[in-house]
Design a protein around this ligand. Sequence first.
Ligand SMILES: [Fe+2]
Length: 199
Amino acid sequence: MSTLTANVTRDAALKTLKQYNAEPFHIRHGLTVEAVMGWMAQELGHGEDREFWSLVGLMHDVDFEKWPEEHCVKAPALLREAGFSDAFIHAVCSHGWGMTGTDCKPEHQMEKVLFACDELTGLIGAAALMRPSKSTKDMELKSLKKKYKDKKFAAGCSRECIAQGAELLGWELDELLDKTLRAMAATEDAVEAEVAANT
Ligand SMILES: [Fe+2]
């Protein structure tokens, strides 16, 4: 049985996301992290909380487009107003731990996964665009590791944050890269369809 509740449906969540985000880039990122979080919930034995994990992924950057300086600080008020639960708000805010003004630390495994995967999805997405296929589906872990090590590639995706996320989870970096790549490859078609429908 699910132990976590967002208190808000996915339709309502998406509406709130769009209320505060106009840039297709941000909508795409939310939809990507939503899919990765859902895949991870299943993979890690939290299938009963899959919807919660997914919605946290969808909404995690809700305040970033309009309030980049108050990222994770503005989010609680926006999410509370939209009816989200306290557990949900904690999960969203904890992904900015150590980097923004929030003092929420990732505690639940779901929060650690979000913290670890957020920047990494950006790196994997950028690496996919360099490929003839423009896809994650034929990308090998070996080539992702090369991109990860090349600090000049997708320099905005913090390697420090990704490595810290793996450490929080108690995973080797390779395990995090492998799982996140597999999550993105498995959900790529579904995400593209969602992006087309929502941007
Ligand atoms: Fe993010």
